[in-house]
Design a protein around this ligand. Structure first.
Ligand code: SF4
Ligand code: MG
Length: 285
């Protein structure tokens, strides 16, 4: 059975789910006004709409403010080590293709120490959603520039700005072979939840970059709500057009920027070995 069929079967057999069914009830320790509140609201709405129950969903994160998110949900969660969310999520999805696997984290976690995993996750095309909450700063470790920080962003830690050309995550994802690339905004939980559902249901690796303001270390990002707008062109179907769209955009257009009309199939659904087989292979003596 394909993942899509599994998902459809699950939603048919599940009672109607509500966003609150995906909340653990624990109160997030994020700063008041942090964009990540909007992202978790969008994720819970998207999961309810998708229709698989919390015990069939696994959220895998790295380290950072946004990577705390799995603990605030009722899904299974894995709060791993810095930059390794995609490696853990890939291993999990390959051994348990029946589960809905979502990797998530921040720009520092995913694009710096996790940058290599990001490239190869796009290339490997394992069926999962990767959600990156990008605030262009390392929030949890007190405001260092990240790979997406503007070169002239002046701060106490980097006076005058980092002076480095920022990383363009969408451009890199397309170049590395991702077939579904989108951008959402934490201040638009309804629009973001639609992108999340589409990304979850996409047959292969789906990347959704989320503009999620860090109100503490980047208070000027409060202005993002006036800067974002829906993408004015339909999703590109081939990489050169998608790349041109991404490069000509100011980074505030929201929606699906690239949706391949001939996506490569993800790797086989059935694991080539059971967990017991793998344990046997690694047994000592
Ligand atoms: Fe959010 Fe920034 Fe506070 Fe972290 S430091 S919780 S990213 S507002
Ligand atoms: Mg960050």
């Amino acid at each position: 059975m394909s993942d899509v069929a599994i998902n459809a079967a699950a939603s048919e057999s599940s009672p109607t789910l509500k966003a609150k069914d995906f909340s653990s009830g624990a109160h997030p320790i994020w700063c008041p006004g942090c964009g990540d509140y909007g992202v978790i609201a969008a994720l819970e709405r998207g999961l309810a709409k998708h229709g698989r129950p919390p015990h069939e969903v696994v959220l895998v994160s790295g380290i950072g403010c946004s990577s705390r998110l799995p603990a605030y949900t009722s899904c299974y969660g894995f709060h791993g080590v810095h930059g390794r969310a995609l490696a853990v999520a890939a291993g999990l999805k390959l051994t348990r293709p029946d589960l809905e696997v979502i990797a998530l984290g921040g720009d520092g976690d995913g694009y710096s120490i996790g940058g290599n995993h990001f490239i190869h996750a796009c290339r490997r095309n394992i069926d999962m959603l990767y959600l990156v909450m990008d605030n262009r700063v390392y929030g949890m470790t007190k405001g260092q520039p990240s790979p997406t920080t503007e070169p002239d962003w002046d701060s106490r830690i980097a006076p005058g700005g980092p002076g480095l050309r920022p990383f363009n995550p969408l451009q890199l994802a397309i170049a590395a072979g991702a077939n579904f690339v989108a951008r959402g905004f934490a201040g638009d939980p309804d629009g973001l939840s639609e992108l999340i559902v589409e990304g979850i249901r996409w047959p292969g690796f789906a990347f959704v970059e989320v503009l999620s303001p860090c109100i503490t270390f980047r208070p000027e990002q409060a202005a993002w709500k006036k800067m974002v707008r829906p993408l004015t062109v339909p999703p590109a179907k081939d990489p050169p057009v998608a790349t041109a769209t991404v490069l000509s955009d100011d980074g505030f257009s929201l929606g699906v920027l690239y949706r391949s009309d001939s996506p490569r199939p993800p790797p086989a659904e059935k694991p080539s070995a059971t967990l017991t087989d793998i344990e046997r292979q690694f047994a000592l003596g």
